[in-house]
Design a protein around this ligand. Structure first.
Ligand SMILES: Cc1cc2nc3c(=O)[nH]c(=O)nc-3n(C[C@H](O)[C@H](O)[C@H](O)COP(=O)(O)OP(=O)(O)OC[C@H]3O[C@@H](n4cnc5c(N)ncnc54)[C@H](O)[C@@H]3O)c2cc1C
Length: 398
């Protein structure tokens, strides 16, 4: 957005509570690699120039990439400046920070979609002897107690953490709710390549049937590994991770209750994967790729034991740690304006908030399916900065 505002000649500052790329520096586990290939992190005027376009950036490379971009575009960043409140004032906004106050005509909320890792209320019933942490707090297995680990949530964070913790020698149980299974590589090409080429990631927010639902869909079960292997539930069970259903409850005496829906969840996920691969095959045929790429195939269905356990006594199972990986949400608690719905989610139309001159970016499916990806920021910023510039022109004319 800073780059696009500069392109429009709009004077602005970027307020950042930490350093540039703060969330990548402080809220991710050590071994994380982007699940999007290098070529896919395209920012306005900045694309991957290295020799490994199909690789996946490791965490230090992500930080370096974002910091280099801020430098290259000379973004006017005020680091170590936390925004404490944004309020309507006069004909614009008052932005209060821990380093003074700003007055401005427009504000873009670009504070991220993943500020808070969700923890369910039932976590209160976890016995004290068991350590609890979120995917945001998890760093590496060495920081965990010896003994069994229950990972709750089987989307991209949960499956990657379950895999790494299991490799460290700790027995891992993975509680599986709704998830989206996809192969890392399909017909010889990265799944992200197919989704990008077939326009799936460009699908617009005003063209989907149920945008509220689309914005709640969990992240793809994808991992960026140097060997480009698929990390799905079959891969995890093959290494010895135990699958159970969604964690539905915890009794006062420390017993977990799992939903009986594991088989259904997996069948549904296989079905959705099949639909996505059908769409890709149709697109490949229509674009004359059949014969030029590998032939279509379908991964084997997810293997689930006949009667997955519906309960677990933590003490008997030797569980010493629970890792919550059930999703993240944005924190806009410092936006002091009536712009939220009943669930506390900011109300907006493709990033244009219902308060003139106020915009939001980086949220799930904000304007396109890719909006919450690094690669999605550019198109959204271009459109929202055009809207913002027109708003300022209109005010000037008025
Ligand atoms: C575990 C995980 C893995 C991911 N993997 C990928 C991936 O492989 N590929 C991909 O494209 N995307 C991935 N994402 C999504 C990724 O977070 C976004 O693509 C990208 O970081 C969005 O950038 P952003 O600037 O909108 O948000 P953020 O990167 O979260 O940046 C928001 C910034 O706002 C600052 N901030 C927040 N509140 C305040 C405040 N009150 N005052 C001042 N500053 C504030 C934060 O410190 C932060 O630096 C992943 C997300 C997570 C959680």
């Amino acid at each position: 957005m800073s780059r696009c505002l500069s392109d429009c000649g709009i004077d602005h500052v970027v307020l950042e509570r930490g350093e540039v790329a703060h969330s990548w520096r402080t809220e991710r586990w050590d071994s994380l690699r982007l699940l999007t290939p290098n070529w896919q992190s395209r920012l306005p005027g900045f694309s991957y120039q290295g020799g490994d376009p199909d690789g996946y950036r490791a965490l230090p490379e992500v930080i370096d990439f974002i910091a280099s971009y801020a430098k290259a575009i000379a973004a006017p960043v005020r680091s170590h400046t936390t925004v404490l409140s944004v309020r309507q004032a006069d004909a614009g906004y008052q932005v209060r920070t821990d380093r003074g106050e700003w007055r401005c005509q427009t504000v873009v909320l670009a504070s991220g979609a993943c500020n808070i890792a969700d923890v369910p209320r039932i976590a209160e019933n976890v016995p004290r002897a068991i350590a609890q942490l979120t995917a945001q707090q998890y760093r590496n297995p060495d920081r965990l107690a010896d003994g069994g680990v229950l990972v709750v949530g089987a989307s991209s964070s949960g499956t990657q953490i379950a895999h790494e913790v299991h490799k460290s020698g700790r027995p891992v149980t993975l509680a599986v709710g709704e998830h989206i299974r996809v192969p890392r590589v399909y017909r010889g090409k990265d799944l992200e390549w197919w989704m990008d080429a077939a326009g799936v990631l460009d699908e617009r927010y005003d063209a989907v049937e149920d945008i509220a639902r689309a914005r709640r869909v969990p992240s793809f079960q994808l991992a960026g590994t140097p060997d480009r292997s698929t990390l799905d539930l079959n891969a995890l069970t093959a290494t010895g991770v135990k699958l159970v259903g969604r964690l539905a409850g915890l009794t006062d005496d420390g017993k977990a209750q799992f939903a009986g829906s594991l088989r259904n969840m997996c069948a549904l996920s296989d079905l959705k994967m099949g639909r996505l691969l059908d769409l890709i095959d149709d697109w490949a045929r229509a674009n004359d790729l059949d014969g030029k790429v590998e032939p279509p195939h379908r991964p084997a269905p997810t293997q689930v034991e006949a009667l997955p356990p519906l309960g677990m006594d933590f003490a008997k199972a030797g569980i010493k740690t629970i890792i919550w990986a059930i999703g993240y949400r944005a924190d806009h608690s410092w936006v002091d304006m009536p712009v939220f719905d009943r669930k506390g989610i900011i109300r907006h139309d493709g990033g244009v908030v219902c308060s003139p001159g106020l915009y939001v970016m980086g949220l799930q499916f904000l304007r396109r399916r890719k909006s919450a990806l690094i690669d999605g920021a550019g198109d959204d910023a271009r459109e929202l900065s055009t809207h913002l510039a027109a708003y300022l022109d209109h005010r000037l004319a008025g």
